[in-house]
Design a protein around this ligand. Structure first.
Ligand code: G3H
Ligand code: 13P
Ligand code: ZN
Length: 327
């Protein structure tokens, strides 16, 4: 089995009411944790590499590790460039064997976003590679966000049809209230539940619905979709870390999104939290240990458990990998 594109994955996910998990990868243990989980529950996967991951681990190492995971698991895996910011970076990944790239020109004016995205799409399609583009900027954390300013970060549904027609992109990332990292909302933007945990404002499903009405059948992507599991935030804080009020997107809302036109859901921070919490706890309990295999092994195991939970309970894509491989 070779690397696959996400085209058929998205067609099946759209019609089947589930989403494909797109997990960021930076090293062998992360790749193994994710792919072993997916193999156990028969889930198709998108493994994505950021510019930073490529700078850290090197394109060839990541490509070969992902190819090794395919050889070991037999899974349909799409290898995707996450947040490509230039034509040259996208081209380098297309030439270097990736099956999907994202060109993120969402911070540029609409016309420039279209122009750069179109250029990447033309090159990618000539090489059988699919392209994700983005419209609308994901909200970050701002202490004093005025609603009108915040609103301006959401995707404008009235722009999506023209954007997709003019760029020819294969999927579209939209901004409906998710954001990157482990601090997605300030405490002031949230309420608290009975356990004292922060409860963020709900995602803007009304914007998603309007986008879907204008782009029927078209695959939508959600970035910034970590849920920031509180057990790992606690594990980090109890073992020398300091992550006060870290909060993410409630999993029920991601499940709801996955049932709709959202075909790809990006998760990175949750895996980082699982890995970091596990390693911090290991060192608290074993201050004498220094063999990386001893602390990376439980970290990899907890990534696997976390990813399995996402695939089965949040994304709903478990049980669907064989539909892409048995043809
Ligand atoms: O959206 C960004 C991903 O979480 C990747 O993060 O650029 O630190 O690798 P990174
Ligand atoms: P999180 O930071 O919520 O995991 O989002 C990851 C992401 O969107 C990668 O592109
Ligand atoms: Zn992202």
């Amino acid at each position: 089995m070779a690397l696959v594109s996400s085209k058929e994955m998205f067609e099946k996910a759209y019609n089947g009411g589930y989403a494909i998990g797109a997990f960021n990868v930076n090293n062998m243990e992360i790749i193994q944790g994710i792919t072993e989980a997916a193999q156990e529950v028969d889930a198709p996967l998108i493994l994505q590499v950021s510019k930073g991951a490529r700078a850290y681990a090197n394109h060839t190492y990541l490509l070969k590790l992902v190819e090794a995971a395919i050889a070991e698991t037999g899974l349909p895996i799409c290898l995707h460039l996450d947040h490509g910011d230039t034509f040259e970076l996208c081209k380098s990944c297309i030439d270097g064997g990736f099956t999907s790239v994202m060109i993120d020109a969402s911070s540029k004016p609409f016309a420039e976003n279209i122009e750069l995205t179109r250029k990447v799409v033309d090159y990618a399609h000539e090489h059988g590679v699919v392209v994700e583009a983005e419209l609308g900027a994901l909200a970050g954390i701002e202490d004093d966000v005025k609603v009108s300013v915040e609103e301006s970060h959401y995707t404008h549904p009235e722009e999506v049809q023209e954007f997709v027609e003019k760029t020819g992109c294969d999927s579209l990332a939209i901004a409906i209230g998710t954001s990157h990292g482990a601090y997605k909302f300030t405490a002031a933007q949230c309420t608290r539940n009975e356990k004292g945990e922060l409860v963020p404002p709900p995602l803007r499903f009304d914007i998603l619905d309007e986008v879907v009405q204008r782009l029927p059948g078209f695959p939508i992507v959600l970035h910034g979709s970590s849920s920031v599991p509180q057990q790992y935030v606690k594990m980090i804080n109890e073992n020398g870390g300091k992550m006060p009020d870290a909060v993410g997107i409630p999993e029920e809302q991601l499940r709801q999104a996955a049932r709709s036109a959202v075909c790809k859901i990006n998760i990175d921070s949750d895996l980082r939290l699982a890995m970091t919490g596990t390693i911090r706890q290991f060192f608290t309990e074993h201050p004498d240990k220094f063999d990386p295999r001893e602390y990376l092994k439980p970290a990899r195991a907890n990534i696997k458990e976390l990813v399995k939970h996402k695939l089965v309970d949040v994304l709903g894509c478990a049980g669907h990998a064989h539909e892409l491989t048995n043809k």
